[in-house]
Each structure stands twice: as C-alpha cells, then as structure tokens.
Design a protein around this ligand. Sequence first.
Ligand code: UDP
Ligand code: MG
Length: 320
Amino acid sequence: MNLVRPTYSIVAPVYNEQGNIPRLYAEIKRVMDTTGEPWELVLVNDGSRDDSLREMREAAAQDPRVKIVNFARNFGHQIAVTAGIDYADGRAVVLIDADLQDPPEVILEMAERWKAGYEVVYAVRAERKGETWFKQMTAKLFYRVIYRITDVSIPLDTGDFRLMDEKVVKVLRTMREHNRFIRGMTSWVGFKQTGVNYVREARTIGETKYPLRKMIRFAWDAVTGFSYFPLQIMIYVSFVLGVLAVLAIPIFALLRLVYGPDFFGGQATTIVLLLMLGSFQLFFLFVLGQYVARTYDEARGRPLYVVASTENLDRPEGAA
Ligand code: UDP
Ligand code: MG
C-alpha cells in the first residue's frame, strides 16, 4: 500500500483503450500535480484484448502512483468501477472514464466543492459532443425515465464521473449487489451532494464499448435496481381490465335490450369472463411481484441505513 495516504484516488475502468492510456496518465498527472497533494491513479483492466495492459504496466513502471487491478476477464464497466473503488486508498475517490471524454480539469472543481464540505460531487453533462443523435436522445430519455420511476433521486444527465468522500466510499463497499448501477447507488447513500456542470467531450481514440445491447442491459439494471415499477405496472392493467369487465355487463345488457337477444351471439359472457380473469390473474401476479420484490430486497443485502455522524459514541464516523 501507500506510504503516504493519497488525498485523491482517480479510478478509471479500462476496456480496450490502448491508445488512451498514455494520454490519460499524462492528463491526470498534469492536472493532479497542480493540487500539490498526494494522489494515485487506479486503473482497472476489464479484460482488454488489446495492448491496454502493457500500456498500463508501462505507466506503472515509471510512476508508483499508478496502480493496476487486472481482471481475469471482461466483467463489465460497472464491476470494473467497483473494483477500483474497493482498491482505492484516497480520502476522496474520483471515477472517470479512461477515454478522456470526461475532462480531468473538472476534478479540480469537484475537489473545491469537496473541501467546502460536500461528500459527493457529481458532474452534470451540460452538453455532449460527438455523440450520435440516437445516443444523445436515448440518454436524455433514459435519465428522465429513471428520475421519475426510481425511489432515490438520481440527478439528471450525470454519468459515473464524480468525486466521493471516503465516508460514501466506505458505504458503497458494503453494497455488494451483482447488477450494479453505481450512480444510483451513490445517490442512495445520501450525505451532502452537489453537481458541477461540464461539457462532455467526444471520444477521440477508439470507439464506444457501449453498443445498444449493453445500453439496454444497463438501463434495465438501473430500473430494476432502484424501482419496482415494472412489477407494479400490473396492478394498473388489472384495474383497467376489471373496470372494463364490470362496465361490459350493463353495456351488453343494454345492447341486447335494444338489438335483441342474439346480439353478439353468446360472445358477451365470454368477453366479460376474459376481462375478469385477466384482471384477477394480473392482480395476483402483482401480489406475487410484491413478495418477489421483498425477497429481492433481502437478497441484495444492502445496509439498512447509513449514519452520517454520531456524537459521544465510539463508532467511527460514516460507518454503515
Ligand atoms: N469499459 C469497461 N468495460 C466494459 C465497457 C467499457 O471497463 O465492458 C470502460 C471503457 O474503457 C471506458 C468506460 O468504461 O473507460 C466507458 O465506456 P465507453 O467510453 O465505451 O462508454 P460511452 O462513453 O460511449 O458511454
Ligand atoms: Mg466514452
């Protein structure tokens, strides 16, 4: 470990970013050295198949502040970030993408807010450069839907680019759920949070590792990790079908009074029954969902609460 504990740990997940590693190291060094405080760069190699690891080792060989966590295979972006958080030693941990789409200068601004007493400083993408219209639109929609249906308030248009105080980091380390949505998890933790605006740069080297398939999976992790909305939807459908079933009875009766008993030729009762059965089934699926949701809550094993501070008690501050 470190002889001097770093003030800042910069954590970057790396998946096939060979061209970006030397630039990332140079940029982080240039920016972080201006703080005059000790820092480290924790690079997590998420099973890269290119020369990323060699580039990382080269940086680590010339600068002991560069740490490497090397995965046995590709575990995915969010897991790579998690490992970085686990290994980071700093008093503040900064998550940043390895492709320099998040400008390192913003870290200085985050650090300022942190020194002013904020425990989470997230970066809000005021503008995204060089991304397709489709990605920008789906991202915008995604953040707004998540905002509406989740139980914790996850700030709009924020990625993982953020600074977190060690108190928050300590709690995050105890959250071992498998399907992870880290920006939601940091919001869930609480403490004093604030945002800084920045312009998200275009990727200059390599290409995005988030194809549509991964984006959908990611969105689904976010929704299921922080909301039971998909399970709860059934109660509304059940309700609508139930109301339709009940309304159908007098409507069919009236229609038959007007057009004679052969109207709908015996299908009326079938329709009413279908609607009712559908409604009942969905209702009980909803009930089932409620139990599944509770099992899920327990299975996730999150801490029940997060203590910000105590007084006259011997427990360390921020311990979960
Ligand atoms: N990444 C990773 N594992 C993966 C996919 C991506 O560690 O399976 C890293 C990638 O190297 C980058 C960051 O996660 O540092 C963000 O990925 P990317 O830039 O491709 O996403 P985008 O910016 O296009 O949303
Ligand atoms: Mg990127």
